[in-house]
Ligand binder design. Structure first.
Ligand code: COA
Ligand code: AMP
Length: 636
C-alpha cells in the first residue's frame, strides 16, 4: 500500500498543499490564492477567492484544447430506439444556445432552475446551461410524485422549470407534464416559466407559462460562460433524510470540480479520450457526478443510457453498451446486477459481446453483497470494485483506487478511505472503536473539496444532521468497522434512511404519509431485506379505535397514498394491520427488532419492552402474511 499510504497521509497532514496541487488541473479564470478556510462554524470552504465556470472547464476548454470533434456524449435509448452522439463542440454549442434561451426567460446567476427529465441528452444540456449562466440547477428524479416535486419547488423557488413531455419505463410511456402541472398547482411558490422538451412518444399540451424547447432554442442567441466564485453553488440536490422534508444538499463549484477531476484519475483510472459509462440517472448524485460532470471535466466521453439493466430488451443490455461504445470503466448499483443475475444466472449473454475494452467495474449506491460480488468476480476478468459514497459527499469516500494503487479486494468491503477523507469509526461514547468493532462511521473535519457546502436555506439542519453528534466530525449516518488491515466495511444506515434498489428513501417520510390517513392511529415503516432490491419498505399499522372498515381496503388505500405522495420509486407495496406495536416503556417503537423478525432472525424479548405479547403478535401476523423471511424467525 505504499503509493496509497503516502498519498493518503499527505492529503490528511497537508490538505492545503495537496489540494492546491490538484486545483491546478482545472482551467480557472482566476486561480485561487486561498486554498482552505474554515467558516465561523468550522466548516471547510475551499478555494474561495478562485473564479471559474464548470461548463467552461468541461466543454469550452476541451474544444479550445483540440477535443472539439471527440464524442462527449453517446446517448443510447433502447426504449425509443434512439441513438445520438454529440461531440464536445456540438455539446458546447447546444448548451450555449439553451443557456441563451434560459437567459431570455430571465434566468441569471444565482437563480434556481428545476429540471425534471428522463435520461436524454437534453437533460445534460439543461444542467450545463445552468452552470454556464451561474444559475443553480436542481434535478428531480422522474420517479417522484407531484407532491415531492412540489416540495422541491417550494424550497428551491426556481425561476424556471425545465421538463420533458414524457419518460419511458420499459414499454410504458409516462407523461411528465401533468406531474409538473400538478406540482406547480400544489406549490405555494410559482415559477415564471416552464420549458418543455416535446418527445415524439407523447407530446404535452402547453399552457400559459409553457414554452416549447425547440422554439425557444431556435430564437435564442448563444450565451457565454459567466465566471462564478468557487464557493458559489452549482446545484442543489434533494435527498431523503429522517423527516418528511427532503434535504437540499448544496454543492459548491470549485471544490466539486477539483474533487471530480481527481477522482476520475485515482479512483476510476480514466484518461482523456476514454469512455466512461455510469448506468444511473441524472436525478441521483451518481448521475450528477459521473454521468454529467466528471467524465467531461476529464475530457472523457460519457454514455447516457435510457433503459434498464434487464427487459430493454434483455439481460445483455449492459454488455452490449460496453462493447458498442468501447467503455473502459463501468459503474452501476449492485441491484442492477442482481436483476441481471436473476434473468441470466450463468451470464450467458456476456459471450455475445466483446467487452475486452472494459478494465474495471465499479459498484455503489448500496453495499455490494458478497454473493453478487462473487458472481461478478467469477464472470469477469477485471477488478470488481465496491466503493462507498453518498449524496452529501458527491464523490467516493472509500474505494479500491484503480488509478493509484489497486489492492486485493475483500468481499463486503469498500476497501480503503480515499485520500482527503479521514474516516474513523466511533463508539457511542465518541471514542475510536478498535478494529473489527462496529460503530458510527464519521469523517474528521475538514471534509475534502466536493462535499456538501450546506443544506439549502437551512444552516441549522446542516449542523444538527451532520455535525452535532460528534463535534469535529461529519456524521455519515452509516455504521461499519475497519478490519485489522485497515479495510472499511460499511454495514448499513444507523438512521431511518433505507436503500431500495440503490435509491435512498426515508421511512420517516413514509410514516408521515401513512400516519396522516384518518383511519390510522399509529404506524411504523421499516426497511426489510429483499433479494432483488436490497431493501423494501413494509408498513405496520394500528387502526383507530372503532375502525370497522375492511382491513384489506385500508392497506390498499395506504399503498396508493404513498405511491401518490412519494412516487412509484418508494416501492411501498406491503402493509400489515396489527393490533399493537412492540414499544419500550417510554413509548419508542422497537423498529430494529421488527426488522430483525421480518428478516427471519432469531429474536429475544428485550427487558425494556412494555408489552411482550405485542412482539409475538406482530411475528404471527408477519408469518401469516408472508412478510420477508419472518417465517424463519424464532423466539429465543
Ligand atoms: N420515472 C417514472 N417512474 C419510474 C422511474 C422514472 N424515471 N424509475 C422508476 N420508476 C417506477 C418504475 O416504473 C416502477 O413502477 P411500478 O411500481 O409501476 O412498476 C417503480 O418506479 C419502481 O422502479 P424500480 O425500483 O426501478 O423497479 P423495477 O422493478 O422497474 O426495476 C431494477 C428494478 C433493479 C432493474 C431497477 O431498480 C434498477 O435498474 N436499479 C438500478 C438503480 C440505480 O442505478 N440506482 C442509481 C444509484 S447508483
Ligand atoms: P445516496 O445518498 O443515495 O448515494 O445514498 C447513500 C447511502 O447509500 C450511504 O449512506 C450508504 O448507506 C449507502 N451506500 C452507498 N454506497 C455504498 C457502498 N458501496 N456500501 C455500502 N453502502 C453504500
Amino acid at each position: 500500500m505504499t503509493a496509497y499510504r503516502s498519498e493518503f497521509r499527505r492529503s490528511i497532514e497537508q490538505p492545503e498543499a495537496f489540494w492546491a496541487e490538484q486545483a491546478r488541473r482545472l482551467p480557472w479564470f482566476t486561480p485561487p490564492q486561498t486554498v482552505l478556510r474554515h467558516d465561523d462554524q468550522g466548516h471547510a470552504r475551499w478555494y474561495e477567492d478562485g473564479e471559474l465556470n464548470l461548463c467552461h472547464a468541461a466543454l469550452d476548454h476541451h474544444v479550445e484544447q483540440g477535443r472539439g470533434d471527440q464524442p462527449a456524449v453517446h446517448w443510447d435509448s433502447p426504449v425509443t430506439g434512439g441513438k445520438r452522439t454529440l461531440s464536445f463542440r456540438e455539446m458546447r454549442d447546444e448548451v450555449a444556445r439553451f443557456a441563451g434561451a434560459l437567459r431570455g426567460l430571465g434566468v441569471e446567476k444565482g437563480d434556481r432552475v428545476i429540471i425534471y427529465m428522463p435520461m436524454v441528452p437534453e437533460a445534460l444540456v439543461a444542467m450545463y446551461a445552468c452552470a454556464r449562466l451561474g444559475a443553480v440547477h436542481s434535478v428531480v428524479f422522474g420517479g417522484f410524485a407531484p407532491h415531492e416535486l412540489a416540495m422541491r419547488i417550494e424550497d428551491a423557488e426556481p425561476r424556471v422549470v425545465v421538463a420533458a413531455s414524457c419518460g419511458i419505463e420499459v414499454d410504458r410511456v409516462l407523461p411528465y407534464k401533468p406531474i409538473v402541472d400538478e406540482a406547480i398547482a400544489q406549490s405555494a411558490y410559482r415559477p415564471e416559466a416552464c420549458v418543455v422538451l416535446q418527445r415524439a412518444q407523447h407530446r404535452a399540451e402547453l399552457g400559459a407559462i409553457d414554452h416549447d424547447w425547440a422554439d425557444l432554442v431556435a430564437r435564442a442567441a448563444p450565451a457565454e460562460c459567466v465566471p462564478v466564485k468557487a464557493t458559489d453553488p452549482l446545484y442543489v440536490l434533494y435527498t431523503s433524510g429522517t423527516t418528511g422534508k427532503p434535504k437540499g444538499v448544496v454543492r459548491d463549484t470549485g471544490g466539486y470540480g477539483v474533487a471530480l477531476h481527481y477522482s476520475m484519475e485515482v479512483v476510476y483510472d480514466m484518461a482523456p479520450g476514454e469512455v466512461f459509462f455510469s448506468a444511473s440517472d441524472v436525478g441521483w448524485v451518481v448521475g450528477h457526478s459521473y454521468i454529467v460532470y466528471a467524465p467531461l471535466l476529464r475530457g472523457c466521453t460519457t454514455v447516457v443510457y435510457e433503459g434498464k439493466p434487464v427487459r430493454t430488451p434483455d439481460a445483455g443490455a449492459f454488455w452490449r453498451l460496453i462493447a458498442e461504445y468501447r467503455v473502459k470503466s463501468f459503474f452501476t448499483a449492485p441491484t442492477a446486477f442482481r436483476a441481471i443475475k436473476k434473468e441470466d444466472p450463468e451470464g450467458l449473454r456476456l459471450a455475445e459481446h466483446d467487452i475486452s475494452c472494459l478494465k474495471a467495474l465499479f459498484l455503489a449506491g448500496e453495499r455490494l453483497d458478497p454473493p453478487t460480488f462473487h458472481w461478478l468476480e467469477d464472470l469477469l476478468t477485471v477488478p470488481v470494485v465496491d466503493h462507498w459514497w453518498q449524496t452529501e459527499t458527491g464523490w467516493p469516500i472509500a474505494a479500491n483506487l484503480q488509478g493509484l494503487e489497486p489492492m486485493p479486494t475483500k468481499a463486503g468491503s469498500a476497501t480503503v478511505p480515499v485520500p482527503g477523507f479521514d474516516v474513523q469509526v466511533l463508539n457511542r461514547e465518541g471514542q475510536p472503536a478498535p478494529a473489527l468493532e462496529q460503530g458510527s462511521v464519521v469523517i474528521k473535519q475538514p471534509l475534502p473539496p466536493g462535499c456538501l457546502a450546506g443544506i439549502w436555506r437551512d444552516p441549522q439542519r446542516f449542523h444538527s444532521a451532520y455535525m452535532a453528534a460528534f463535534p469535529g466530525y461529519y456524521l455519515t449516518g452509516d455504521g461499519g468497522y475497519f478490519d485489522e488491515d485497515g479495510y472499511l466495511f460499511i454495514m448499513g444506515r444507523t438512521d431511518d434512511v433505507i436503500n431500495v434498489a440503490g435509491h435512498r428513501l426515508s421511512t420517516g417520510e413514509m410514516e408521515e404519509v401513512v400516519g396522516a390517513h384518518p383511519a390510522v392511529a399509529e404506524c411504523a415503516v421499516i426497511g426489510i431485506h429483499d433479494a432483488l432490491k436490497g431493501q423494501v419498505p413494509v408498513g405496520l399499522v394500528i387502526p383507530k379505535d372503532g375502525f370497522d372498515g375492511d382491513e384489506l381496503a385500508l392497506e390498499n388505500e395506504l399503498i396508493a397514498r404513498v405511491r401518490e405522495r412519494i412516487g412509484p420509486i418508494a416501492c411501498f407495496k406491503q402493509v400489515l394491520v396489527v393490533d399493537r406495536l412492540p414499544k419500550t416503556r417510554s413509548g419508542k417503537i422497537l423498529r430494529k427488532l421488527l426488522r430483525n423478525i421480518a428478516d427471519g432472525q432469531a429474536f429475544g424479548i428485550p427487558s425494556t419492552i412494555d408489552d411482550p405479547a405485542s412482539l409475538e403478535d406482530v411475528h404471527e401476523a408477519m408469518k401469516n402474511r408472508e412478510v420477508g423471511d419472518a417465517h424463519q424467525a424464532r423466539r429465543v
